[in-house]
Structures are given as structure tokens and as C-alpha cells.
Design a protein around this ligand. Structure first.
Ligand code: C5P
Length: 307
């Protein structure tokens, strides 16, 4: 019988995103505090017929069709790159695979949607190659080293929870879980923002500042204290590219969000609420305005196999 492997991986928000000056490697050093949300990408891997290569099917009912249609299904898709890189690392041929990606994370939205797909694929490939070729299963730390070659957020999507991200975001130091649940409203834009474009706009603004110590975040006692410490150095850059985002942030805070902020490089706005009910109520206000509003909870576990 054909092998079927299911895996999933979480979305992230950056509770804090501090960005330094562009380095010679083309990346910006960051000091980031990641939180994983229970908004997950589901990946199903089925062994394909010999010689059929890798085929990718993408779907997702909760996101606008434009988001789903913008995801490539050829070798430029990150899960395709993940399959090729993983096989290469193990010194094995690239397998024939049918991949199904159920997307829930806004595409090009600053919430690590593509990175979550890659993280789920790493976990799925780890299992597939073990069953197919008897290769040793790699540890999460080993998977994270491969993941860092695919994208700066991939290692965090493997670990999940709450973690510091340094380097270009790929060096993960897990923190203790927050002692409380967080309730989020995520307002996705109909159009995405390209991460390099937002970083380039940040360079134009020339507003980098010294990094702060984020290691005490796990001791934060309340959601309002957490809200008061949220910052994103890329926010002004995202506003300069999409001015409507700034109005949306103000609107969300007027409607009751403790804090609304651009998520990562945007354009998704992540708004933190005191209660689930608050997030759900404001989501319905935004939906009535024709906006895409999702709700989610933090924190969530990293990429894993699902039964
Ligand atoms: O690592 P990832 O592939 O997600 O990065 C996409 C692009 O975003 C990079 O090529 C770079 O231009 C920009 N980037 C950056 N500094 C980071 C992370 C990403 O400038 N720390």
C-alpha cells in the first residue's frame, strides 16, 4: 500500500521584532520573540508512481482565492525545495511524491506560511525516508539546520512555543511557555508584501536601534503586560508600502484590541485581545466590512506528524 504521511506546522507572530543594519550577507541581524499560533498548515504526503516526480496541490477554504492561487505548485514551491534538499542531505534520490497542502496561514502575510509548509515537509520527509530507505530519523535540531537553508523562519516553525530568534531569525532559543493563553485576531490583506521589499523600505528609513534583552518574556504575568511590550521595527516600513495598514491598526485598537501590530514583514495585522470573545466579535465587524479576519490562540506546538 502507498505510504501516506500527515504533518502540520504552526503560524508565527513576532511579539517583538528588532532589526539591525543590513549585513554583507544580504540579511539583517534580528532580535526577535516568536510565538506560535494554533493556526496550522496541514501537509499530506503520498508516495507517487515511479517517474512521476513531485506534484503539489494547494487548497484552503478560509483564505481568499487570490492567496491560494498565488502559491506556486512547481519546483519554486518551498515544499518542493525541501524535498530536494532533504534527499540531497541524505544522499538519496529525490522521491516521487504527491503533496497536498491545506493552507490556513495568509500567503506572503508575515506569518511564516511558506516556512510552516517547509517545516511540516521536513518532518514528513524525515518519516518518509526512514520508512522508504531505513535512514536514521533526524532530531529536531538537525532538521532545524536544514530548515535554516530554506528560510529564516523555518527553524522556529519546527520548534513552536515561544522562542528568541537571533542571527537572521534562524538561531532559536526556546523560552518557557507563557503562563496564560493569548487570543489573536489576524486581519489578512488581499495582497501580500514581499519580505525583501519590506526590509529594503526599512533600510531607506534608516531607523535601526540597539537590541534589547528579551529573555524575561517568559516571566510576563498578564496579557496586558505582554501587549504593552509588543514592538515591530518593520512596522513603519510596511506602513510606507501600504498606508491603509496604519488605519487598520488604529481601528482595531479602537474596537478593543489591547495591541494591534503588523506581523513580521506584514501585511497581516496581528491584534491581541483580552478574551476569545473579544477577538471573535471584532473579527465579525471586520468581516462585515469585507476584510479577511481569522482568530487564533497562542501558544502552539511546532511541526509534528499527525495520525
Ligand atoms: O530567510 P528568508 O528566505 O525568509 O528571507 C527572504 C528575504 O528577506 C532575504 O533574501 C532577505 O532579503 C530578507 N531578510 C533580511 N533579513 C532577515 C531575514 C530576511 O533581510 N533577517
Amino acid at each position: 500500500m502507498n505510504q501516506i504521511i500527515r504533518a502540520s506546522a504552526p503560524a508565527k507572530v513576532n511579539l517583538v521584532f528588532e532589526v539591525g543594519q543590513l549585513a554583507t550577507d544580504g540579511y539583517h541581524p534580528v532580535n526577535s520573540l516568536y510565538l506560535a499560533l494554533n493556526l496550522r498548515e496541514d501537509l499530506t504526503l503520498v508516495k507517487g508512481e515511479p517517474g512521476t516526480g513531485i506534484s503539489i496541490y494547494v487548497h484552503g477554504e478560509t483564505l481568499p482565492e487570490a492567496h491560494i492561487n498565488s502559491v506556486p505548485t512547481d519546483q519554486s514551491n518551498l515544499v518542493h525545495k525541501t524535498a530536494v534538499l532533504f534527499a540531497e542531505k541524505l544522499g538519496k534520490p529525490v522521491p516521487d511524491l504527491q503533496l497536498d497542502i491545506h493552507k490556513r496561514i495568509p500567503v506572503a502575510g508575515g506569518m511564516a506560511g511558506g516556512s510552516a509548509d517547509a517545516a511540516a515537509m521536513l518532518v514528513a520527509m524525515n518519516e518518509f525516508m526512514h520508512k522508504e530507505h531505513g535512514t536514521e530519523r533526524l532530531s529536531i535540531d538537525e532538521l532545524a539546520v536544514i530548515g535554516a537553508e530554506l528560510g529564516s523562519d523555518v527553524p522556529f516553525c519546527l520548534y513552536g512555543g515561544m522562542a528568541l530568534g537571533t542571527g537572521r531569525g534562524e538561531v532559536i532559543s526556546p523560552l518557557e511557555d507563557l503562563g496564560f493563553e493569548t487570543n489573536w485576531l489576524l486581519c489578512a490583506s488581499s495582497k501580500g508584501l514581499s519580505t525583501p521589499t519590506v526590509f529594503a523600505a526599512f533600510d531607506e528609513l534608516d531607523s535601526h536601534r540597539p537590541f534589547t534583552d528579551l529573555s524575561d518574556f517568559a516571566t510576563i504575568a498578564s496579557v496586558s503586560e505582554l501587549a504593552s511590550r509588543m514592538t515591530n521595527d518593520l512596522e513603519q516600513a510596511a506602513f510606507s508600502l501600504m498606508p491603509a495598514l496604519s488605519e487598520l491598526v488604529s481601528q482595531l485598537e479602537q474596537l478593543g484590541a489591547l495591541r494591534a501590530m503588523v506581523s513580521g514583514s506584514g501585511p497581516t495585522i496581528a491584534a491581541l485581545f483580552e478574551s476569545e470573545q473579544g477577538a471573535v466579535e471584532v473579527a465579525s465587524v471586520l468581516k462585515a466590512q469585507g476584510l479577511v479576519a481569522l482568530t487564533a490562540k497562542g501558544q502552539a506546538h511546532g511541526a509534528r506528524l499527525d495520525g
